[in-house]
Design a binder for this molecule. Structure first.
Ligand code: PEP
Ligand code: MN
Length: 339
């Protein structure tokens, strides 16, 4: 159920509705918007009786939600969510660029790449300290030492740090050092992890699972939001198909598809989406053209020496060129309305 407040409803009236929801033993999710506040209800085992709310002061209507998701949808919030991280944002007018190596390998490597990322005007630096690797024998990341390097990068360059947490203990650590918690494709349906980041004060970058449908991906976001964290960024990073010419098939149709259903920002990862250096820039351009709110790009100072995902890493020069091109594309696009 969704309670839509009148446009002139007072804060006190919103709070009174929240109290009624809580007295029923459910959870209230008030979402203030430009024209009105709507309040999502979760935690109800069955249908909620609308008569609890219909006659409360300030209530416009109590709407039954027939879709599987309640909090990610434009029904609850018609304006786009802008995830604000200090002076940086994702989902606003500015194209968000998140760039950096796949993994933090050393202080020197990370600083060299971060310097180039800062120079490009991007506001976010990416780099894994905990890597989800297909083989247990492959480089697994530097762990907390990697997070300490990321923290130094934040202090030195003023970049916001985006890094993956693989498990709940990892979230505790990432929360101490980073600005945005990345949930990797392989973790998209790790429901205990999703609930844990739902309790975090940090925004969450939610990658699409390797074989996830749109509904499964949106429901993963719903898990996070149902715990009270509404700062979720969706990230299309390619899915498994029968195609063999790319590492994954970058599903760019997912961007307008998410946009139609959800108020959450959505970004594109053309690095994992293609797995091939020469395809990253063309697909980054395309991602921006279809209306993505941002890009996440893997960059390395020496891709041929990378300990992880070298084949898809851009050189510093290639990255710089990409940023110029995608900014130009973004500039000619009018802001995409929700719906
Ligand atoms: C990554 O960003 O380096 C990563 C492991 O991504 P994904 O979870 O999309 O494979
Ligand atoms: Mn990678």
């Amino acid at each position: 159920m969704l309670i839509v407040m009148k446009s002139d409803a007072t804060t006190g009236q919103v709070e009174a509705v929240v109290r009624v929801i809580e007295e029923l033993g459910y959870r209230a999710h008030p979402m203030p918007g430009a024209s009105r506040t709507a309040i999502g209800i979760t935690g109800n085992p069955g249908a909620v009786d609308p008569s609890h709310f219909e006659n409360l002061p300030g209530v416009s209507e109590a709407v039954r939600v027939s879709k599987p998701y309640k909090l990610v949808t434009v029904d609850l919030r018609s304006e786009k969510t802008v995830v604000q991280i200090g002076d940086a944002s994702i989902g606003g007018d500015e194209l968000a660029i998140i760039a950096g190596p796949c993994a933090i390998e050393s202080r020197e490597q990370a600083f060299t790449v971060a310097e180039a990322v800062r120079r490009s005007g991007a506001k976010f630096f990416r780099g894994g300290a905990f890597k989800p690797r297909t083989s247990p024998y492959a480089f697994q990341g530097l762990g907390e030492d990697g997070l300490k390097i990321l923290e130094e990068i934040r202090e030195t360059f003023g970049l916001k740090i985006v890094t993956e947490a693989l498990d709940e203990a990892g979230v505790d650590l990432v929360e101490r050092y980073a600005d945005v918690i990345q949930i990797g494709a392989r973790s998209m349906q790790n429901f205990t992890l999703l609930r844990r980041v739902g309790k975090s004060r940090l925004p969450v970058l939610l990658k699409r699972g390797l074989s996830a449908t749109l509904d499964e991906w949106l429901l993963a976001a719903e898990y996070i939001m149902s715990e009270g964290n509404y700062q979720v960024v969706m990230c299309e990073r390619g899915i498994r198909t029968f195609a063999q010419h790319t590492r994954n098939t970058l599903d760019l149709s997912a961007i307008p598809a998410v946009r139609r259903i959800s108020h959450l920002p959505v970004i594109v990862d053309p690095s994992h989406g293609t797995g091939k250096n020469y395809m990253v820039t063309p697909l980054a351009r395309a991602g921006v053209a279809v209306g993505a709110d941002g890009l996440i790009i893997e960059v390395h100072d020496r891709p041929d020496h990378a300990l992880c995902d070298g084949a898809q890493a851009l050189t510093l020069a290639q990255y710089e060129q990409l940023v110029t091109e995608v900014r130009a594309i973004h500039e000619v696009l009018a802001p995409t309305p929700v719906g």
